[in-house]
Design a protein around this ligand. Sequence first.
Ligand code: SF4
Length: 233
Amino acid sequence: MHPDAHCELDHGSAFQLLVATVLSAQTTDVAVNKVTPGLFARYPDAASLAAAEPIDVQPLIDRIGMFRQKAKNVVGLARILVAKHGGEVPQTLAELVELPGVGRKTANVVLGVMWKKPEGVVVDTHVQRLSQRLGWTKKTDPEDIEQALCALFPREDWDPLSHTLIFHGRRVCFARKPECDNCAVKEACPSAGDKAEKIGRKPSRGPRPAAKKSSTKVTKKKSATPKVRSRRP
Ligand code: SF4
């Protein structure tokens, strides 16, 4: 269904992909793709971003969540790239996760997309949900799911596997109302049909606690009750 599955973060170099992936934490690729053209026009490489201050970067990315922390992270990582790696993006997971804002997931996006040598499977919310629906794991923790997928698939499939699952999750196997009738793997999928929606979704946070009544109202109610009772015969 998705022979063209690929990373949907726009970038023109390993440095730009690294920055875009750091910016994509807790937000969508679409939102990141709206801010990176302006950001990369001003700071196209590690050397230019390393010379900036986070406060200069903030207005360019303030349409995405946690932009202050992300501005600090991308300037910080650019400075380390210049100081320790000659301005280039390192090609090992151990070196990548030393950079601010970069965890296993971000590191493996860069290693897989740029150099086709990921050291694990990228497990985002779509990969997490689809791995459970397809019956590949019952685990819910991303690192446990990553281990299960690494054991099931050969290394050369790790990068296309995550892009394919992410494409499928965005276009067919939605968190709510997955389109099982239009899915090419419905015959093989153990979750196909009505039960699919209940599998692999993040647990509900539950109903919001009722708002506390203001102390003024409580005081009024308490003081009103005895007065009414005292008038009864
Ligand atoms: S059959 Fe349904 S639950 Fe299974 S992968 Fe396809 S859309 Fe997802």
